[in-house]
Design a protein around this ligand. Structure first.
Ligand code: 4NP
Length: 154
């Protein structure tokens, strides 16, 4: 199974989701069954590591994101991933607009699908440190539900 997380810049929310899901899959003994990646709808940060505030908050909970590099989402990703999960409605709208008609992979809003209190992961980029902790809280909870679904699928 192949999972792609998508946000706007691919330096805050989706790299966090990539790191958290990898970590939880490893703990569940499922890492060999699932390919995980992330991408952004925008191209401003392509080739860059995640935002330093994102890395710091993630490392505080044991997730090392330093090896990740930002990429922009492209139409070809719809053939490469079985499940594409958007962080907010704007990301989802952009993905729907670029999705090839023949695409069979699933596309959904990450938190709506995995039962969180919020539907969207708020963009922490222009806010304070607490925003990055909230991103982690939301993503950790939703990833638990995603791992349960993956257990039933692989
Ligand atoms: P992300 O956050 O979509 O969670 O990676 C952002 C990163 C960069 C920008 C906006 C949001 N930006 O405008 O550069």
């Amino acid at each position: 199974m192949r999972v792609l997380f998508v946000c706007l810049g691919n330096i805050c929310r989706s790299p966090t989701a990539e790191g958290v899901l990898r970590h939880q899959l490893q703990a569940a003994g499922l890492a060999d069954h699932v390919q995980v990646a992330s991408a952004g709808t925008g191209d401003w940060h392509v080739g860059s590591p995640p935002d330093s505030r994102t890395c710091k908050a993630a490392l505080g909970r044991g997730y090392d994101l330093s090896g990740q590099r930002a990429q922009q989402v492209k139409a070809g990703h719809f053939a490469e991933y079985d499940l594409i999960l958007a962080m907010d409605e704007s990301n989802l709208g952009q993905l729907r607009a670029m999705r090839p008609e023949a695409s069979t992979g699933e596309l959904d809003l990450f938190l709506r699908r995995y039962g969180a209190a919020l539907d969207e992961v708020p963009d922490p980029y222009y806010g304070g440190a607490d925003g990055f902790e909230q991103v982690l809280d939301l993503i950790e909870d939703a990833c638990k539900a995603l791992v349960l679904e993956i257990k039933g699928r692989v």
